[in-house]
Design a protein around this ligand. Structure first.
Ligand code: GTP
Ligand code: MG
Length: 254
C-alpha cells in the first residue's frame, strides 16, 4: 500500500550545474517541517555532478521528492515549464511553484506563501518580492538592484501592471486548468519567462472578461541573499530587453 501523503504543493527546483550550491541539509529540514510539500528537482542537462547529488538526495527522501532529468540543457524557463506541467499531470497538489536551487530565497519563507493562498481565495499566484524594507534582510548587489529597478519599471509599463519584482526565483501558483494552458507552449523568452507567464495570464483573463486585480500577490520577503555563483551575465540582462519585445509581439497586452 502506498502511504505517501497526497501533497498539497509541489515545488519545482530547476538545477543546472548546482553540485556546489546544493544545500542538502536545508532541503531536508524543509521536508521535515512541511510533510505535505513535494520537491520535484529538474536536472537541466548539467555537466557536473548535479544529477548524482540529486539522485542520492531523492533516494534518501522517497515519497516527498522526485527527479526529472532533462537532456540536453534547455535553460531555466523550459526546466520550470516542464517541471510544473509534470507536477500537475502527476497529482502534485492544489498548488505548484518553483524555487531557485541556490536558496537565495530561504525555504523558511514558504509558509508565508502558503498562508496567502489559504487565506485569499481570489489570489492565483504569489510572487516573492525583494524589497529592501527596514527590518528585512534583502542583500542584493547594488548593480543588480538598480538594473532590476529599470527592468521592473519597463515590465510594468509594458504589461500595464505595477509589478515591483517580476524576477524573484520563488513563486507559487494555484494548479488550475488556466495555469496548465498558460504553460502548454514553450516560452518565447529564455530568461524572463516570469514576465511571459504574466503576459500569458493577463491575455487569458482578458479573453475570459476577467479583471486581473487581486489575482497576483507580491509577497515582500523577510530575507533574500545574493548567493554567489549566479550564472546570469550582463549579456543576459541586455538580452532580456529583446526578450521583452518578443513577448510584447507574441502576447500584446492591450
Ligand atoms: N543559469 C542557468 N540556470 C539554470 C538553467 N537551468 C536551470 N537553472 C536554474 O535556475 C536557477 C537560477 O539560476 P541562477 O544562476 O541563480 O540565476 P538567478 O537566480 O536568476 O540570478 P540571481 O538573481 O543572481 O540569483 C537555479 O536554480 C539554476 O540551477 C540554465 O540553463 N542556466
Ligand atoms: Mg540565484
Amino acid at each position: 500500500m502506498d502511504l505517501t501523503p497526497v501533497p498539497c504543493c509541489t515545488l519545482v527546483v530547476p538545477c543546472y550545474n548546482e553540485e556546489l550550491r546544493f544545500y542538502a541539509d536545508a532541503f531536508t529540514a524543509f521536508l521535515q517541517a512541511q510533510p505535505d510539500v513535494h520537491l520535484l528537482f529538474v536536472n537541466d542537462g548539467s555537466s557536473d555532478g548535479t544529477l548524482a547529488r540529486l539522485q542520492a538526495f531523492c533516494a534518501e527522501h522517497p515519497g516527498q521528492t522526485s527527479l526529472l532529468d532533462l537532456q540536453p540543457n534547455g535553460g531555466k524557463a523550459e526546466a520550470v515549464r516542464k517541471g510544473m506541467l509534470h507536477a500537475m499531470a502527476s497529482g502534485g497538489g492544489s498548488t505548484v511553484g518553483f524555487w531557485d536551487a541556490d536558496l537565495a530565497t530561504p525555504l523558511d519563507a514558504y509558509p508565508e506563501f502558503r498562508e496567502v493562498l489559504d487565506e485569499r481565495p481570489e489570489v492565483e499566484m504569489v510572487f516573492g518580492a525583494r524589497i529592501r524594507l527596514l527590518g528585512r534582510h534583502v542583500a542584493r548587489n547594488p548593480m543588480r538592484h538598480y538594473a532590476g529597478r529599470v527592468f521592473a519599471t519597463t515590465v510594468s509599463i509594458m504589461l500595464g501592471l505595477a509589478i515591483y519584482d517580476s524576477q524573484c526565483g520563488a513563486k507559487v501558483f494555484r494548479a488550475t486548468p488556466r495555469l496548465e494552458q498558460v504553460l502548454r507552449q514553450p516560452f518565447v523568452s529564455r530568461w524572463i519567462f516570469d514576465v511571459e507567464i504574466l503576459a500569458r495570464f493577463l491575455n487569458s483573463w482578458r479573453a475570459d472578461g476577467l479583471n486581473p486585480d487581486g489575482r497576483i500577490y507580491e509577497l515582500p520577503l523577510q530575507t533574500w541573499i545574493d548567493v554567489p555563483g549566479s550564472k546570469v551575465k550582463l549579456n543576459d540582462f541586455i538580452r532580456s530587453f529583446t526578450d521583452l519585445l518578443r513577448i510584447r509581439k507574441n502576447f500584446p497586452s492591450r
